[in-house]
Design a protein around this ligand. Structure first.
Ligand SMILES: NC(=O)c1ccc[n+]([C@@H]2O[C@H](COP(=O)([O-])OP(=O)(O)OC[C@H]3O[C@@H](n4cnc5c(N)ncnc54)[C@H](O)[C@@H]3O)[C@@H](O)[C@H]2O)c1
Length: 255
């Protein structure tokens, strides 16, 4: 039997990048997957491409009522929810002096508060199906500081720790819901390309060189390498894993 046979999975921010790779991997493993994203056009196109075990909902993760709509749709369409992957996120570059209040607020709202909302709203739905898993996409930027990613550091550190609290709560309440984080290193997606590009040509080149020098494996990761880690944590193969951070970074944080 495939790892995720008959499982119903929600992946946020799934129109591209890591979220899309997670959706693809889950479908390969037998799941039915609701892709959600603010990008309606790309999200709908990807869901069509993935076939009958995929669906798409326009969903801004910062709007609580849209969570209710997506979860209600899952209930009607497939009978509930087994796994939520809180993946949607943004990266805005800024250090402690240059980060504006608006950048700080937006980063925290999407990358931290919305992940908490998604975790909170998923728990009763997953509980109603007898248990499952929540996988929150944090980052190595939640483990170590990056001068130009001050707000992002704060948000991703927050995701790691609130996820541990939620994991303890679910385990002690006997809910059979595991809550874990994946902490990717630098992965080849539009997020990285755009963020590096925003630095300007000279600084972008310096940043990229310095970045690769810090990764013992000497390359960026591929979205599928993160999707494999998410699949493990979402599946019964990780039946005794909760409250953990799975670091997937080519050795970046090992040195
Ligand atoms: N790429 C990396 O190197 C890297 C490293 C560590 C962690 N991450 C994390 O992985 C996740 C995915 O990153 P990615 O590289 O695939 O990024 P990406 O920019 O390629 O994709 C992010 C997706 O999220 C969607 N999104 C943005 N704001 C949203 C909102 N408010 N509601 C719903 N959807 C929204 C975007 O439309 C996009 O489709 C993020 O949480 C990111 O912080 C990425």
């Amino acid at each position: 039997m495939a790892q995720m046979e008959d499982k119903i999975v929600l992946v946020t921010g799934a129109a591209r990048g890591i979220g899309l790779a997670v959706a693809e991997r889950m479908i390969e493993a037998g799941a039915r997957v609701m892709l959600s994203d603010i990008d309606a056009e790309a999200g709908a196109a990807q869901a069509r491409r993935l076939g009958e075990r995929a669906a798409f909902q326009v969903h801004d993760v910062t709007v609580a009522s849209q969570w209710d709509t997506v979860l209600e749709d899952l209930e009607q369409r497939w009978g509930g929810l087994d796994v939520t992957v809180n993946n949607a996120g943004i990266a805005q570059m800024g250090d402690i002096e240059s980060c504006t209040p608006a950048q700080w607020q937006k980063t925290l709202e999407i990358n931290l508060t919305a992940v908490m909302t998604g975790t909170q709203k998923s728990i009763p739905k997953i509980k109603a199906r007898g248990g499952g898993a929540i996988v929150n996409i944090a980052s190595i930027e939640g483990l170590i500081g990056e001068q130009m990613a001050m707000a992002y550091n704060a948000a991703k550190g927050g995701v790691r720790l609130f996820s541990k609290s939620a994991a303890i709560h679910c385990a002690r309440s006997g809910y059979n819901i595991r809550v874990n984080c994946v902490c990717p290193g630098f992965i080849e997606t539009a997020m990285v390309t755009d963020a590096v590009g925003s630095l300007g040509a000279e600084m972008a080149q310096q940043f990229q060189q310095a970045l690769l020098a810090r990764v013992p494996m000497g390359r960026l990761g591929h979205p599928r390498e993160i999707a494999n880690a998410v699949l493990f944590l979402a599946s019964d193969d990780a039946s005794f894993v909760t409250g953990s951070d799975l670091v997937v970074d080519g050795g970046h944080t090992a040195c």
